[in-house]
Design a protein around this ligand. Structure first.
Ligand code: ADP
Ligand code: MG
Length: 670
């Protein structure tokens, strides 16, 4: 191909992909040929071994071959037929088919003509002999060497098409370099071979080896990204606490908790030392993390440095700037706000003030890291709610000077994961909640009583309080699901909550979203109906009631975060979990949240009950970076990759001797 290379071309370069299919593929996150190559099978069909009917083993997925006997078809309801047969009289077979027309169904006629068949499916225990329900059935031996890949489904795209595209893409593997250093290649499969084998494994052993290699690669790149540039430089040594810090601490309207005191001590030590601080403060919502950042800001300002505090949304930036103006302003510390929707002229003024050292603390969104922003002397970078930011954005902020870094996360991550996920960050946990904070009264509610719940919401609204209603939306990009959620939200707005002033937001709204948020914060709306977006740091002390619809569809850590939004003022909060699933597992999970108020405990339980691959909370912590890797199951590889990354960077911090690897890192989506 031309200089650009086939792999970097849009998917339309592949045979049979036009605009329409390209659009569907884009929905799956596949835009280039390379994306297609790196989207791996969901599972495989194992056609390697053909077994006799008597070898059928309950609990196994098998390909069995034999004569088709005892074939019959009967109607079971309007338009539905049941087809029954046996494979050699030793395996029961059933299929349900829709068939309204008179006469036998298409499948029945096809089977009637077949003397022998191959069936593929899960074998189950039966009454007389083992059975297969709705197996795939072939009248000739399914001809695929090795394991057959099965790709995630999308409307209008068949598995066969995907197989063909992958085959076409594999033809251009030569464009792809090996990104692992030589010394690791003795241990792991070569990249080209791994990509071939992950799509079309010769057998399970080859699959395992290919997967191991690619998972290692994912972790290795992830850790190189995390660790690169983290510790190589000298840091700033801030001054020990002086008058300004003393005044700041003296004016606090409350007694610090022991955990907060520990955190301040650690931050003081880090900031005063000449090593760069790289610290993560983990504490659940309302645990009082902001004080730690404020204290750091005071220390930086007292040493003549500047502070940049990056938060994920404009609303949060506004809230934070207001708060810092109140707490730090009286100490003579100059606080400014910098967000994208300010007038260009005002943004320009703030940028100039920053460059001239006329602002001490700037709070903002991504606007803080654009090329246009220059700092006079940035010595502390604070990243709040960090799981919303990529490693790259964090790095961009650090590149604005040589600052110490304080990352604050409200998602309590089990320590075991935190250590590996954050690579080189030191971790401080704030586990204690401030005294006199009342836990949110949490109730599991049967949907039969949904009407009562909303009547209760209205009664609190009548007393001047506010409420959140949250609907689950796992993939906000999925139009069908979004549409359904929006319909339900609107139904509620016009129905059970018709008497209240209701605002509605979801992830795909643009600017109006912030406006609705603002109206709710100002008390101009009584109820905010939302998809999960409220999770991010909203602080509306007047909100006391939270209703969570389809609570069983949320991760536990996420439920805990959500309910942390209420009861932040003087009145205690109440949270209703409406659960539409009655499975004992769903119940047991929700019971954990109902009974416990300890975010770390809940996160551990969630991890234990579901495993991280599945955990919505974990996806925010970085799961999207990994296509194959499973944080729990592949822990050992994660550890090995972290060590290998550390070792390599200590030898060659800028990866000068590894151009392929450096380039791969630039492509890496973090
Ligand atoms: P986080 O950022 O961890 O969610 P904040 O720092 O916003 O929590 O604190 C939540 C609220 O608790 C704030 O209103 C803060 O003033 C208050 N607060 C923080 N620490 C204490 C404490 N030790 N005692 C009482 N109230 C506190
Ligand atoms: Mg906070």
């Amino acid at each position: 191909m031309q200089a650009q290379g086939m792999l970097n071309r849009p998917v339309t370069a592949l045979p049979g992909i036009g605009e329409k299919k390209a659009k569907t593929l884009k929905g799956l996150g596949l835009e280039t040929v390379r994306d297609v190559l790196f989207s791996f099978p969901r599972t495989y069909k194992d056609f390697q071994q053909v077994l006799e009917p008597h070898e059928a083993q309950a609990g196994e997925v098998q390909l069995l071959h034999g004569p088709l006997l005892h074939l019959r078809e009967r109607p079971i309801s309007q338009g539905r037929r049941l087809i029954q047969a046996t494979l050699g009289g030793q395996l029961g077979l059933t299929w349900f088919v829709f068939h309204r027309a008179p006469g036998p169904s298409f499948l029945y006629r096809k089977l009637q003509r077949a003397k022998e068949v191959w069936v593929y499916g899960l074998v189950k225990e039966g009454t007389l002999f083992p059975e297969m329900a709705s197996p795939e059935v072939y009248t000739r031996r399914p001809g695929h060497q090795g394991l057959m890949p099965v790709y995630p489904l999308a409307a209008g795209i068949t598995n066969n098409q995907r197989v063909n595209w992958i085959k076409a893409a594999l033809g251009h593997l030569g464009e792809l370099g090996e990104c692992l250093p030589e010394d690791l290649l003795g241990r792991y499969m070569h990249r080209h071979e791994a990509l071939r084998q992950i799509h079309f494994p010769k057998d399970w052993t080859h699959y395992e080896r290919a997967r191991e290699r690619l998972v290692f690669e994912e972790f290795f790149l992830f850790h190189l990204g995390l660790q690169r540039g983290q510790r190589q430089r000298e840091g700033v040594a801030h001054r020990p606490d002086g008058e300004l810090a003393a005044r700041f601490l003296a004016q606090l309207p409350f007694e610090l908790t022991a955990d907060q005191k520990d955190a301040l001590r650690q931050v003081a030590e880090d900031m005063e030392s000449g090593r760069p601080m790289r610290r993560l403060i983990q504490g659940e919502v309302g645990s009082g993390k902001t004080i730690v950042a404020e204290y750091g800001a005071v220390k930086a300002a007292a040493s003549g440095g500047q502070v940049a505090m990056m938060v994920p949304t404009e609303v949060l930036a506004l809230q934070m700037a207001d708060r810092l103006k109140k707490s730090l302003g009286p100490l003579g510390i100059r606080v400014a706000l910098l967000v994208g929707n300010m007038k260009p002229k005002d943004q320009q003024a703030v940028r100039e003030a920053l460059a001239h050292g006329e602002v001490d603390v700037v709070v903002g969104t991504h606007a803080l890291i654009t090329d246009k922003v220059e700092y006079h002397n940035l010595t502390l970078a604070v990243v709040d709610e960090q799981h919303r930011f990529g490693v790259r954005q964090r790095a961009a902020l650090l590149g604005k000077g040589n600052p110490d870094l304080l990352v604050m996360s409200a998602t309590p991550i089990p320590r075991s994961l935190a250590l590996t996920m954050y690579g080189d960050l030191d971790v401080t946990e704030i586990r204690q909640l401030p005294a006199n904070r009342q836990p949110v009264d949490t109730r599991l509610i049967h949907p039969d009583r949904r009407g009562d719940v909303y009547r209760y919401v209205l009664s609190r609204v009548k007393q001047g309080e506010q409420a959140y209603v949250v609907f689950p939306l796992v993939e906000e990009s999925e139009h069908v699901e979004l549409k359904a959620a929006v319909q339900e939200m609107e139904a509620l707005q016009g129905g059970l909550l018709a008497e209240a002033r209701v605002g509605l937001i979801h992830g795909q709204m643009g600017k109006e979203k912030e406006e609705v948020f603002q109206a709710f914060s100002r008390g101009e709306l009584d109820v905010l109906i939302a998809t999960t977006v409220v999770e991010v740091g909203m602080n509306v002390p007047n909100a006391t009631v939270m209703v969570i619809e389809n609570a069983e569809r949320f991760g536990l850590a996420q439920l805990h975060q959500l309910r942390g939004r209420v009861g932040r003022g003087r009145k205690p909060g109440i949270c209703f979990l409406l659960a539409y699933s009655h499975s004992p597992q769903a119940r047991a999970r929700l019971e954990v949240v109902r009974k416990s108020n300890d975010g770390f405990f809940i996160a551990e339980e969630d991890l234990r009950l579901r495993g991280p691959g599945d955990l919505m909370g974990v996806r925010q912590w970085g799961q999207p970076y990994f296509r194959l890797a499973d944080l729990q199951a592949d822990r050992e590889l994660l550890q090995l990759a972290a060590e290998a990354a550390r070792e390599l960077l200590s030898r060659d911090p800028l990866l000068k001797g590894y151009p392929e690897l450096a380039q791969e890192l630039d492509n890496y989506p973090i």
